[in-house]
Write a protein that binds this ligand. Structure first.
Ligand code: NAD
Length: 366
């Protein structure tokens, strides 16, 4: 697979390219490769055209509305675009939603992945085997279950133990992806990453929820006692890792991608409050002097996994990738982005963006 300096007539399909990670990945692939980038997205509530306005007229970018649960459309699309790589990110991704309605998670995450694998297999079988083709299946650390404080972080051989309908559906899709390599030889790679944060994250996830509650002066809801631990990965670091896997990863391998950045939720929330106290201080005479005064503990999510942590040594030693951002640098960039891009999140929070129409409350997820 060519590096950024090589000219190429490559075509990369990114599924779910209008979502949080997908839109960041599309932008990074346009910047760091010469490939044509085709975004397949069907615009669920999480897909957002506004996240890609800056590239929508780019000469190497194309958007196609495809629902990956539509097997025929996926099969035809694969034959039409003849990709050299597929980055598969399209998914239902919110744990709380999976608790309320698991069916859509099975349709998109399991059946949709099956449709893509079948279409990719058919395309891959038709090409000369000296031609490059890669299928990068993007998954989550949640498939590994939950850790206690002293436990070793998840590595690529950790036994699967998913607890929510979301993580169970992702686990099923990971098994399918690996089976297409071991049964048919198709060059599939699986990545399992920790919690992402950064620009363009839909405001139902913990970090944007906290920032926006602060800006609106609303109580900041924190599940349980706030002691749950997550390993936070800056989204651009994740996207660099995905490109690295596509360029240099070995077919059939799994790569865990993490931020080396474990934080308890409550500490993370306090960090965000402190950054905002500095960047958007309260005027003298305000009812509160620090955003941290808005923190409110709310009833915990059922089956809330206690701790996720990624051991990312394999991708560092084999592919020379490690995160560039730490918690402070990445969080500061993220908070600043939400301050600078009010129009983007306002359009989501106002009923314009399908949210209120579907009766969806803005609750934190991590
Ligand atoms: P997201 O919910 O922000 O975006 C998902 C995108 O997929 C949306 O644009 C949506 O419109 C699209 N989509 C959903 N169903 C579709 C369908 N049937 N056909 C076509 N498009 C469809 O998700 P995200 O946070 O960007 O996550 C991307 C991937 O990374 C997912 O596979 C997720 O499981 C994985 N992941 C995310 C995180 C995280 O912290 N966000 C962590 C680990 C793994």
């Amino acid at each position: 697979m060519p590096t950024s300096t090589q000219l190429s007539d490559e075509v990369f399909i990114v599924t779910g390219g209008a979502g949080f990670i997908g839109s960041n990945l599309v932008r990074l692939l346009l910047r760091d490769t010469n490939a044509k980038i085709v975004n397949w997205d069907c615009f669920t509530y999480a897909g957002n055209r506004h996240s890609l306005v800056d590239v929508e007229n780019h000469g190497r970018y194309q958007l196609e509305e495809i629902d990956i649960t539509d097997a025929e459309a996926v099969m035809q699309g694969m034959a039409r675009y003849q990709p050299t790589a597929v980055f598969h990110l399209a998914a239902e991704s919110h744990v709380d939603r999976s608790i309320d309605g698991a069916g859509q998670f099975i349709d998109t995450n399991v059946v949709g992945t099956f449709n893509l694998l079948q279409a990719a297999l058919s395309w891959w079988r038709s090409i000369d085997k000296s031609q490059d083709f890669r299928f990068i299946h993007v998954s989550t650390d949640e498939v590994y279950g939950s850790l206690d404080l002293g436990d070793d972080a998840f590595c690529e051989t950790t036994r699967y133990d998913p607890h929510s309908p979301y993580s169970a559906s992702k686990a099923a899709s990971d098994h399918l992806a690996r089976a297409w390599k071991s049964t048919y030889g198709m060059p599939v790679m699986v990545t399992n990453c920790s919690n992402n944060y950064g620009p363009f994250q839909f405001p139902e996830k913990l970090i944007p929820v906290v920032i926006l509650k602060c800006l609106r002066g609303d109580p900041i809801p924190v599940y349980g006692t706030g002691e749950n631990v997550r390993d936070w990965l800056y989204v651009e670091d994740h996207c660099r890792a995905l490109l690295r896997v596509a360029q240099a990863g070995q077919a059939g391998e799994t790569y865990n991608i993490g931020g080396n950045n474990e934080r308890q939720n409550i500490d993370l929330v306090r960090d965000i409050c402190a950054i905002l106290d500095e960047l958007r201080p309260h005027p003298p005479g305000s009812k509160i002097s620090s955003y941290a005064e808005l923190i409110t503990f709310v009833q915990d999510r059922p089956g809330h996994d206690f701790r996720y942590a990624i051991d990312a040594r394999k991708i560092k030693s084999e592919l020379d990738w490690e995160p560039a951002e730490n918690n402070q640098s990445g969080m500061r960039k993220t908070v600043q982005w939400y301050l600078d891009n009010q129009e983007w999140w306002e359009s989501i929070l106002s009923g314009n963006y399908k949210l209120e129409r579907q009766g969806i409350a803005v609750t934190p997820s991590a």
